[in-house]
Design a protein around this ligand. Structure first.
Ligand SMILES: Cc1ncc(COP(=O)(O)O)c(C=O)c1O
Length: 437
């Protein structure tokens, strides 16, 4: 498609000489002509090195809940930084953030980390230490970060390799994972009540945790079937397994209290990152007293030089203060509802079978069928190529969802009604163009 203008390409080529593929996260590589270099962001927009403006629906893969360079957050961080960033001691910022999270998410205790990967990795260790067991269940199509244990049956589109629906095979997503790790990972299809129950009954004596993205934030925002999260809760209670909600994408986005509040199900542990700091590197593991207190100096390790550093903690304090006290999520919801409905109308008018999945603050577009997808395999059976075609057309027109339809459309508070209207116009044109191809 050649998204790069002249200057953007110049920077990309320069970067590629010293950074593998020119990116610091593989997900950012869209090919040698379409990987952009960003000059700056403000509100709902980003600009590339050529000055091309995009309405941003990727928002750094979700974190920018308020908008880029949101003044109160920037000021909060700047002011805090005047007093230094790191001390090998606790700061008041960390305490305030933990207090706020306990209040907003109905949890007892919080430990801060820097990234979602660190949070899920430590959550799994807590679950193992708490139960004395070593294996865990994850669901196909769910992503929990880059740690070896979780890189199974996620972004892979090698449908054949996933095995039968009845006995799914954990499929490593990358080279570089020791074979032995496979032994600890059990996969289940999302929304498969019967498969989950069977897997738990057959393995409970070895099961430390069931980790779940409460909605599939890494597979087009597929929603849980009524009762599915409750079923996980019930099985975890019955068999003494730690239930982990990976709320890295849903936390502070789909409700103030995240998915636990939205779905009315309380996990034992929850992991947060992204929206927590409006894009600054800050994350958390939070949960019930008796599980969190498994962390114990000299007994169960959790740590990190940068955990709770002032930049991240001050960003979280500023962001969460706003999210807790202002009608931010209500505004995002209204814009998202209009966008979801408008996108649905365009696709209906174009006679394209579709389902707009998820919730207004993070939704997905499933093409190729009118039947709601229930799991990752349903998603893979959809028309991903058409989605990519439409997405490319949108990017050309200055509207930027991810090219990969698994990644939801993320909305921020700065997105205006005019931005929504501009997006829907472009969507209409991009659909027509893709259909005519
Ligand atoms: C649900 C979920 N968990 C964990 C992670 C990993 O977070 P990070 O990229 O901050 O390590 C992600 C990242 O997208 C995610 O979506």
């Amino acid at each position: 498609m050649k998204l790069q203008g002249e200057k953007t390409q110049e920077f990309f080529d320069r970067g590629k000489k010293v950074i593998p593929y020119g990116v610091n996260s593989n997900f950012r590589y869209w090919g040698d002509e379409d990987t952009i270099v960003i000059n700056r962001g403000e509100g709902a927009y980003v600009w590339d090195m050529d000055g091309k403006r995009y309405i941003d629906y990727r928002l750094g893969f979700g974190p920018v809940i308020l908008g880029h360079a949101y003044p109160e957050v920037v000021t909060g961080v700047q002011e805090a930084l005047q007093g230094g960033n790191i001390f090998a001691w606790t700061t008041p910022y960390e305490i305030s953030v933990a207090e706020r999270i306990t209040r907003m998410c109905n949890v007892d205790k919080v430990r801060l980390t820097n990234t979602g990967t660190e949070a899920t990795m430590h959550a799994l260790r807590i679950a193992r230490a708490h139960t004395g067991r070593e294996k865990f269940i994850k669901f196909e199509g769910q992503y929990h970060g880059m740690a070896d244990y979780f890189m199974f049956s996620t972004a892979s589109s090698y449908r054949g390799g996933l095995g039968s629906r009845r006995s799914p095979i954990p499929l490593a997503n990358t080279s570089g994972i020791p074979k032995a790790i496979n032994h600890y990972v059990l996969t289940v299809l999302y929304n498969d009540f019967e498969g989950l129950e069977r897997k738990v009954k057959d393995n409970w004596g070895d099961l430390a945790a069931i980790i779940v993205e409460p909605m599939l934030g890494n597979s087009a925002s597929i929603m849980p079937q009524p009762g599915f999260l409750e079923k996980i809760r019930e099985l975890c209670d019955e068999y003494g397994i730690v239930m982990i909600f990976d709320e890295v994408k849903t936390g502070f986005r789909i409700a103030k209290g995240g998915a636990q509040e939205y779905f009315g199900v309380q996990a034992d542990l929850a992991t947060y990152a992204k929206s927590m700091g409006n894009g600054f590197p800050i994350a958390a593991i939070a949960g019930k007293e008796e599980v969190m207190m498994t962390i114990e100096p000299g007994a169960m390790a959790h740590g990190g030089t940068y955990s709770g550093n002032v930049v991240g903690a001050a960003a979280a304090e500023a962001t969460l203060e706003i999210l807790e006290n202002q009608p931010i999520l209500e505004t995002i919801k209204a814009r998202g509802k209009a966008l979801m409905a408008g996108i649905g109308d365009v696709l209906t008018e174009a006679s394209l079978p579709h389902v707009v999945t998820g919730v207004p603050s993070m939704f997905g577009i499933f093409l190729g069928s009118d039947e709601e997808p229930r799991d990752f395999r349903d998603y893979l059976a959809g028309d991903g190529e058409l989605y990519e075609e439409i997405s490319i057309g949108l990017n050309r027109r200055g509207i930027q969802p991810d090219a990969d339809g698994r990644e939801p459309w993320f909305l921020c508070y700065a997105l205006s009604e005019e931005d929504v209207a501009e997006t829907l116009n472009a969507f209409n044109d991009a659909v027509k163009e893709a259909k005519d191809k």
